[in-house]
Design a protein around this ligand. Structure first.
Ligand code: HEM
Length: 412
């Protein structure tokens, strides 16, 4: 109940500027809004319901509807480590009867592209994370039931020609390749894009394993223009832009951390490929430390990240995420929760979606053990490291060929 009241209060304060009625009132309201933001930590958390969850009463919610509502309200974790071992062969009745089964095979292909030989996530993974954001972010509560996570960033070519989508050409092309191969299994482009983003995230070492749903509806119409953030915008503009997507400042602070893996190419072409923290391709919290403080010369900080990190509405979360004691876990939890919200913006059939989280790869810190227990041949190095309580993530590559062999045998 407290959450529902807070959501209503925060939502009401967020829409006040739309009702501006006399000269000077806008500035007054803006100041009041900022003062409230600073005063009330609760209004910096995203609590607002989205899609069909807005009008469905609790008794009408399906298990997935309740689960998503729980994540959005912060009652249930946005991460899950649920796995499933006995995946039926792709071309079997058992697989056809299970909505998630084909996704297990698609995800396997994505994983191979997203993980580099050194274990870090690749350019394709970075592209997939950004693509998931740019498809879903083409929605605002002021533009009606239009846009959002609907696949239009690939299906409506006009979107890709917009300047703020520069850099997404290769991953869009890859999505088309996957859609051509897997589309006849009845999947949608909207799901392919969002699954790509969550697979890429968990493939990055230390990345969260975000709950992943399928059943979104595709759209061939370009989303409304002007809904994506610019690197040149000031903090107020960016905070309002995300508020209109139901994402409050703390949620924005968590989502921005995706720049922990990123490498810019188009903001400053003379520094093509420079990363936004000193560990590109690793989902660690150095992005928060280095955006707030100093960073090695090769790190290229976005102006938008700097102004947001210093804004009083986001600063405390930046500090909390950068804390070596628990910051990583805190960030992963918050990111997962906000990404579940983001991945469902503009989706009005949330109650009918299917939870396919179990098809995701294991989170990287557990992946070696999971792979090891799934191989039939014993790997002495892994067994020895486990016995001694040693580091095992470096041994993943020893187990991978054996697991791939087992998977190939089951899909033949
Ligand atoms: C204030 C909000 C944001 C702004 C202004 C912003 C801006 C940018 C810019 C300018 C780039 C570099 C593009 C290039 O030159 O290649 C970039 C890259 C990236 N962004 Fe953001 N971004 C924002 C939020 C987000 C969010 C919320 C996510 C994910 C949830 C995200 C994920 C990424 C990723 C993964 C890349 C790297 C892409 C690559 O390396 O190919 N960004 N962003």
């Amino acid at each position: 109940m407290r959450n529902a009241l807070l959501a209503a209060a925060c939502a009401a304060s967020a829409i006040i500027p739309a009702a501006v009625a006399w000269p000077g009132m806008e500035a007054t309201l803006e100041n009041l809004q900022k003062r409230d933001d600073l005063k009330s930590a609760d209004c910096r958390e995203s609590q607002e319901l989205i899609g069909d969850l807005n009008w469905l009463p609790d008794y009408a919610l399906s298990p997935v509807g309740s689960l998503v509502k729980g994540v959005i309200l912060g009652r249930v974790s946005g991460e899950s480590h649920e796995i499933y071992h006995d995946v039926p062969p792709l071309r079997s009745y058992a697989c056809a009867a299970n909505t998630c089964c084909v996704w297990w095979y698609i995800v396997d292909e994505m994983e191979r592209l997203f993980r580099g030989p050194g274990g870090r996530c690749t350019n394709a993974a970075r592209g997939a994370i950004r693509l998931g954001f740019h498809d879903a972010a083409g929605w605002s509560k002021y533009t009606g039931q239009f846009g959002g996570a609907d696949g239009s960033i690939v299906l409506a070519p006009k979107e890709l020609s917009r300047p703020l989508n520069a850099g997404l050409k290769e991953i869009v092309q890859q999505m088309r390749v996957w859609y051509d191969k897997w589309g006849h299994y009845g999947i949608t482009m909207a799901d392919l894009i969002q699954m790509g983003a969550t697979v890429a995230t968990v493939v990055c070492p230390l990345g969260p394993r975000i709950r992943s749903f399928v059943g979104r509806v595709d759209s061939y119409a370009p989303c409304p223009d002007g809904l994506l953030p610019s690197e040149e915008s000031d903090a107020d503009t960016l905070v309002e832009l995300f508020r209109a997507k139901t994402i409050q400042p703390h949620g924005l602070a968590a989502l921005l951390g995706a720049h922990s893996t990123s490498r810019q190419r188009f903001v400053n072409p003379s520094r093509f490929g420079d990363s936004q923290d000193s560990t590109p391709g690793v989902w660690d919290t150095l992005f928060y430390n280095e955006t707030l403080g100093s960073a090695p010369p090769r790190v290229f900080k976005f102006r938008s990240d700097i102004v947001l990190s210093q804004d009083p509405r986001l600063f405390d979360e930046f500090r909390a995420f950068s804390d070596p004691n628990g910051g990583q876990e805190h960030w992963n939890q918050d990111y997962a929760r906000e990404y579940v919200r983001l991945s469902l913006l503009g989706v009005y059939n949330i109650n009918n979606l299917t939870d396919c989280t179990w098809v995701l790869p294991q989170a990287r810190n557990e992946v070696a053990v999971d792979m090891w227990v799934n191989t039939t041949e014993n790997i002495l190095e892994v067994a020895g490291a486990l016995r001694a309580g040693g580091l095992i993530t470096g041994l993943v590559e020893l187990t991978r060929p054996l697991v791939n062999k087992a998977k190939d045998a089951s899909s033949a």
